[in-house]
Design a protein around this ligand. Sequence first.
Ligand SMILES: [Zn+2]
Length: 271
Amino acid sequence: MFTEHAHNGLIFDTADCISAVGGVRHAFTTRLGGVSPAPFDSLNFFERTGDSVENVRENYRLLGAATGLDLSRAVGCRQVHGDHIRFIRASDAGRLLYDERPADADGMLTDVPDLPLVVYSADCCTILLYDPTCRCVGALHAGWRGTAAGIALKALVAMMSAYGADPMTIRAAIGPSIGACCFKTDRDVPDAIRAELSESADRFITKAEGGKYHVDLKQINRLWLLRGGLDPRNVAVHPDCTMCRPERYWSHRRLGARRGGQLAVIALENI
Ligand SMILES: [Zn+2]
């Protein structure tokens, strides 16, 4: 369901259900193939955890060369673990470094070609959306709070109302993130999820020792996407757990605060 790409040692994945329909470029990065030194080695896109802006800029340049995306036009957002979604316009092009980004949003949508949308993570889910028929894309960051709040469904509804997107043609991909194997939580997380999804979320929440719970955030986001009317064949879920594979991914839970971060990016091609 996902394909690995290597370009001069830079490793990233793409979702086959998105690539297959064409008209778009996208990527889910790993920590492999950048220029940053330890402990940010080596493909790091966070410039606020100790790495230099110069290293991060060079990593963007290398990713652009590997993917064919013009990342000089890319837009990020200041993620706050919420469910607010912003519509991104051509005038936002290039707002990529933290201080320049649109504030307080965890999701972005656009119908402007050649305007890459970037979301960041180091365990949280990243979700990319693409409607090849009405030509619009989305990028979402979904930590447990955003997952519980249903940011995935809110983004679909916004795509439909703003751009006329059709859920039956939308493609979605959920990137590498912490798996149920490693995401061990207190009761507040399952309580927040059950408050929104009731018993349909139960099969993705299992009890652990000491009053803890294992929660499968990727599958809960998939559930939200299916509630929005997406065809299950058009929803890809990356199998990797970021905490289980620290040699390949950044993981906040494994590495702590002084580490790098990965990204997911998508842009309509100018056709
Ligand atoms: Zn794991």
